[in-house]
Design a protein around this ligand. Structure first.
Ligand SMILES: C[S@@+](CC[C@H](N)C(=O)[O-])C[C@H]1O[C@@H](n2cnc3c(N)ncnc32)[C@H](O)[C@@H]1O
Length: 291
């Protein structure tokens, strides 16, 4: 019996060209360009989708994709991998709560600009920006009135954005959420949990393809100038050139003193040399040097 990896290798060994053609079909049908995503990840995901449908030949699978928007969407879903959870990574959210947000809030208070701008790029179903919105409410003792909070969540996957708007989550998405927070911010609905309306209203969600040369910051944010930019567990799917390109774009949207929060698995050597200082190397947290 073959392992999954051996199967992927077999299916794709003589068909790099066919893979490129298939990616072009996806691009034409969905507008999403996966050509600079890591080949090993692409072959694994496409092979898994082919196995589910009983396809053994990539040419045959490619032919079945043409003019088949439903299958194309399912394949995009399989490649985009939108697994996330609230407070994903205790240590990172601990640093946010105890060091980053206090520093940011104090700096804003002393400059008398009570506004915070944040962007979660690749936000899946909203777990990441909503976790931030909860932490901000906790930190500001829920007296957020004097503050202007501009919080954005963007993703390439429309279904994830729809789920973010609904804000109804299965229990496992809340496994890392402290119990007190679950009680204060969520209400049980059957087997699932719905986030409260106040927190839902704090995030502006929109579609944004990070790899697109046409867009930088989310459209509604107008110019970026973010105090916090999250891009976690997403860059790992890009090849190094694309990582460097996306990172450059993200860094440009940071305000001086703004924090860039990557995932532990992201490749820091793709970080261009650009006036960032390291806040926590292991957890890939950086700050744009204040000018
Ligand atoms: C594994 S999830 C990570 C979610 C969240 N950042 C976290 O760490 O829990 C990756 C997300 O990136 C999105 N994504 C993939 N390619 C993208 C792109 N080119 N532009 C924007 N989002 C993308 C996927 O749809 C998915 O929701």
């Amino acid at each position: 019996m073959h392992s999954n990896n051996e199967n992927s290798a077999e299916i794709f060994s003589s068909s790099n060209h066919e893979l490129s053609l298939l990616l072009e079909t996806i691009r034409l049908q969905s507008g999403i360009d996966f050509s600079h995503y890591r080949r090993s990840m692409l072959t694994r995901r496409i092979s898994a989708r082919m196995a589910t449908l009983g396809h053994k030949d990539i040419r045959q699978y490619h032919r079945s994709l043409i003019d088949n928007r439903t299958e194309c969407d399912l394949l995009v879903d399989a490649i985009a991998i939108n697994v996330s959870s609230f407070f994903r990574d205790k240590i990172v959210y601990g640093l946010l709560e105890k060091e980053i947000l206090p520093e940011l809030i104090e700096r804003k208070q002393s400059s008398k600009t009570l506004a915070i701008r944040a962007w979660s790029a690749g936000c899946a179903a909203g777990e990441e920006p909503y976790s931030l919105a909860i932490l901000l409410q906790e930190r500001l003792k829920r007296r957020i009135d004097p503050w202007e909070l501009f919080l954005f969540g963007t993703d390439i996957d429309q279904k994830s954005l729809q789920r973010a708007a609904t804000a109804l989550y299965p229990r496992e998405r809340l496994e890392q959420t402290p119990l007190g927070i679950v009680d204060r911010y969520f209400a049980a609905e059957g087997d699932e949990f719905r986030l409260n309306d106040t927190t839902r209203a704090m995030i502006h969600f929109s579609h944004n393809d990070l790899t697109s040369a046409q867009t930088a910051a989310p459209g509604a944010s107008i110019f970026g100038d973010f105090d916090l930019v999250f891009c976690r567990n997403l860059l790992i799917y890009f090849d190094l050139d694309l990582q460097a390109l996306v990172l450059k774009k993200l860094i440009q949207t940071l305000a001086p003193g703004g924090y860039l929060i990557l995932g532990e698995a992201e490749t820091p050597h793709a970080l261009p040399d650009n006036g960032l200082k390291v806040i926590d190397r292991r957890h890939r947290i950086y700050q744009k040097i204040l000018t």
